[in-house]
Design a protein around this ligand. Structure first.
Ligand code: XLS
Ligand code: NI
Ligand code: NI
Length: 441
């Protein structure tokens, strides 16, 4: 097999002092943090679509990056070349998982039977490579938003034929996920949403999405899929209103339709921020509901209101994210870099630089989050902040449900006015975080 990324060596850990752009400064796979190797804490995954397909095309201009890998775009030869490129890329970076949409793997034909035969062929080839390298599939999904037929969504489409077509794609994508031993199967609600209520029956559309998801669970379990299904929430883009707005909304939906036993959430940083939250907020909401499954690791731009899918480089956010993940006991899924190079970064070296940046950022986040936990002052403050419920008789009664409004009102009468609830100490705590992040330990 001819090397594709010629001149780019296997990426090694060289430490923070290294000036080599093609080396890790912080990601040291075997380094043990809180009892586990970095590589176990951080099961990184490559996103087939951004890394092997997207060439920088935007609304205003053609692609800048050549992702043909020496073959004619849109052919099966190119699809195979993408497999070669992807596995060489992952091996050189020490990445052990990948994620894909059906149409990232092969060109879509007019006839779904032809597309499906292509998927069978390419997945045979991927399986060979997986056996040779030990690299695994994190999750698969069906692209039910790109083709014009999905202009009104997939499960939420007004057309029963489009619904049926979406179901066929989900069925095949599940077949391939199982064939590749994928840990999960994702529903990102592509165009599951609406533009205007004037033409939309929201209740009908949401019920239909749930129907499609139930069918996916039934079929997946029937063919031996043991992993988690995931919803990947996103508030807007491409539709004005997306039904899976954020973690809390998606959890409510899953519970309402009885899907919460089979589904967890795949939280994408840039989607959480588009919803007006922080990444760590949606991680916390998922975790406390037992729904934290997997992560799309990227970041947005505070000055732009869309899904810019940048490689994560904000160490503070990565730290707060890893803090949530460590507290939740880790992920059953992994860290998929749903991220792309900026359009002017179009070289092969840039592809590696993006992943090195993302992996180093999360490695730093892991180390710093572990330091915050070991430091213990944040936990201690939380413990003290709610102590009145544990330490006072009335607090204990509230927690155990052994009181009522009448008793509490009588208590309040005796109290007169309660003392202020204690300082929030936000600035103190922020300075602790800075101390742990940047101080000499
Ligand atoms: C788009 C989503 C998409 C999903 C997979 O915004 O992030 O890439 O991760 O369909
Ligand atoms: Ni995503
Ligand atoms: Ni996204």
């Amino acid at each position: 097999m001819a090397e594709i990324f010629k001149g780019i060596p296997a990426i090694k850990y060289e430490g923070p002092e290294s000036k080599n752009p093609l080396a890790f400064k912080f990601y040291d796979a075997d380094k043990v943090v809180m009892g586990k190797k970095m590589s176990e804490h951080l099961p990184f995954a490559m996103a087939w679509w951004h890394n092997l397909c997207a060439n920088g095309t935007d609304m205003f201009g053609r692609g800048t990056a050549d992702k043909s890998f020496g073959q004619v775009p849109g052919t099966m030869e190119q699809a195979r070349a993408k497999v070669d490129a992807g596995f060489e890329f992952m091996q050189k970076l020490g990445i052990r998982y990948f994620c894909w949409h059906d149409v990232d793997l092969v060109p879509e034909a007019d006839d779904i039977k032809v597309t499906n035969a292509r998927l069978d062929e390419i997945s045979d080839y991927m399986l060979e490579k997986m056996k040779q390298t030990g690299i695994k599939c994190l999750w698969g999904t069906a692209n039910m938003f790109g083709n014009p037929r999905f202009m009104n969504g997939a499960g939420s489409s007004n057309s029963a034929d489009v619904f049926a077509f979406a179901a066929a794609q989900v069925k095949k994508a599940l077949d391939i996920t199982v064939k590749l031993g994928g840990r999960g199967y994702v529903f990102w609600g592509g165009r599951e949403g609406y533009e205007t209520l004037l033409n939309t029956d929201v209740k009908f559309e949401q019920e239909n999405i749930a129907r499609l998801m139930h069918m996916a669970v039934d079929y997946g379990r029937s063919i031996g899929f043991k992993g988690d299904f995931y919803i990947e929430p996103k508030p807007k883009e491409p539709m004005k209103h997306q039904y899976d707005f954020d973690a809390a909304t998606a959890i409510g939906f899953l519970r309402q339709y009885g899907l919460d036993k089979d589904f967890k959430l795949n939280i994408e940083a840039n989607h959480a921020t588009l919803a007006g939250h922080t990444f760590e907020h949606d991680l916390r909401i998922s975790a406390i509901n037992g729904m934290l499954g997997s992560i799309d690791a990227n970041q947005g731009d505070a000055h732009l209101g869309w899904d810019t899918d940048e490689f994560p480089f904000d160490v503070y956010t990565a730290t707060m994210a890893m803090y949530e993940i460590l507290k939740a006991g880790g992920l059953t899924g992994g860290f998929n870099f749903d991220a792309k190079n900026r359009r002017p970064s179009y070289t092969y070296e840039d592809m590696f630089a993006g992943y090195i940046l993302g992996m180093d950022t999360f490695a730093l986040g892991l180390v710093k989050a572990a330091a915050l936990i070991e430091d213990g002052r944040l936990d201690k403050n939380i413990e003290e902040r709610y102590a009145s419920y544990r330490n006072s008789e009335i607090g204990k009664k509230i927690l155990s449900g052994k009181t009522d409004l009448a008793e509490l009102a009588a208590y309040a009468d005796k109290l007169g006015a309660p003392a202020l609830p204690g300082s929030g100490k936000q600035e103190v705590l922020q300075n602790i975080v800075n101390g742990v992040l940047y101080g000499k330990q």
